[in-house]
Each structure stands twice: as C-alpha cells, then as structure tokens.
Design a protein around this ligand. Structure first.
Ligand code: SF4
Ligand code: SF4
Length: 96
C-alpha cells in the first residue's frame, strides 16, 4: 500500500492572530479587563484563562494579567460572556 494513503486526513486549520486583517476596525464595543476581579490576577496563578481559550481572534494573551490586543479584537464580546467572574466588560468604543 502507498504510504501516503495511510496518513490521516487533517481537516482542521490553525488560526493565527491577525489572519482576518485588522479586525479592530469592526469594533463598536471594546473589552475592558477589571484586574480586581480577574481570578488569575487575584491568585497570581494561571488558574483560569477562559477568555484566552474562547477568543475567536486569539488576541488575548495567556499571561498574568491577560492582555487584549485591540488592533485585532473585533469586539464580539465572547470573552466577557465566558468570564466566570465578570471581570471583562464591553464598553462603548469611542472613535474619532
Ligand atoms: S476569563 Fe475572566 S477570570 Fe478568567 S482569566 Fe479571563 S478575565 Fe480573568
Ligand atoms: S471581544 Fe473578546 S473574544 Fe471577542 S475578539 Fe475581542 S478579545 Fe476576543
């Protein structure tokens, strides 16, 4: 049998930050992190990072504190929705 035929078919693609362009332009609301509520900041340990896990644009860092790259954040609000302690709020974007 041809060796190549036994290779698994891999349908998933791997996203990289910024692949969709500067999606920050799409935003009407921006995520704002309240470090006084964020569990990883309060415990100084990587015990949560659900915002990093769920962000579809991969623009939240898995750091303490988590940081959000607003150049690519499209303002979808998923991070705020998924944060178990409401440490991220979506605030109206002020544009020039
Ligand atoms: S999901 Fe919320 S509590 Fe968890 S790391 Fe992100 S901001 Fe902090
Ligand atoms: S609003 Fe949150 S989840 Fe959505 S792109 Fe921005 S950082 Fe990611």
């Amino acid at each position: 049998m041809n060796k190549n035929l036994r290779k698994p078919i891999w349908a998933a693609s791997t996203l990289a930050k910024g692949e969709g362009g500067a999606t920050g332009d799409w935003r009407s609301h921006r995520p704002v992190l309240n470090k006084e509520k964020c569990t990883v900041v309060l415990r100084n340990k990587p015990v949560c990072h659900l915002c990093w896990l769920y962000c579809p644009e991969i623009v939240i860092s898995r750091t303490i504190p988590p940081e959000i790259d607003l150049l690519y954040c499209k303002g979808c609000g998923i991070c705020a929705k998924e944060c178990p302690v409401d440490a991220i709020s979506m605030e109206l974007e002020e544009k020039d």
